[in-house]
Design a protein. Structure first.
Length: 90
């Protein structure tokens, strides 16, 4: 985003498009709903994993892309358990 465009958004001279709002939310690791005042929670509603920046995590997510909901729930529970165990050993 160019500096003049940013300044126009900041001053209220111009409204950002939904595409721009999504980009801003991604950059600041929050949600479009938070930026538009629809929620008070700054938690993101999506995560972008870049293959170049994190190839291992990208590969894991890609390999589980076609799993059903039950399989994903089991994997998530397992990952939470591992995380808890790691916290106990720190």
């Amino acid at each position: 985003m160019s500096q003049p465009a940013y300044l126009r958004y900041e001053s209220g001279e111009r409204e950002p498009s939904l595409h721009v709002i999504k980009d801003i939310a991604r950059v600041f690791n929050t949600s479009v709903d938070y930026l538009t005042g629809k929620t008070d929670s700054p938690e993101p509603d999506s995560i972008t994993i870049n293959k170049k920046d994190n190839p291992v995590l990208f590969s894991i997510v890609e390999s589980y892309e076609n799993w059903d909901e039950a399989q994903i729930k089991r994997l998530t529970a397992y990952a939470k358990k591992i995380n808890e165990m790691n916290k106990e050993h720190i």
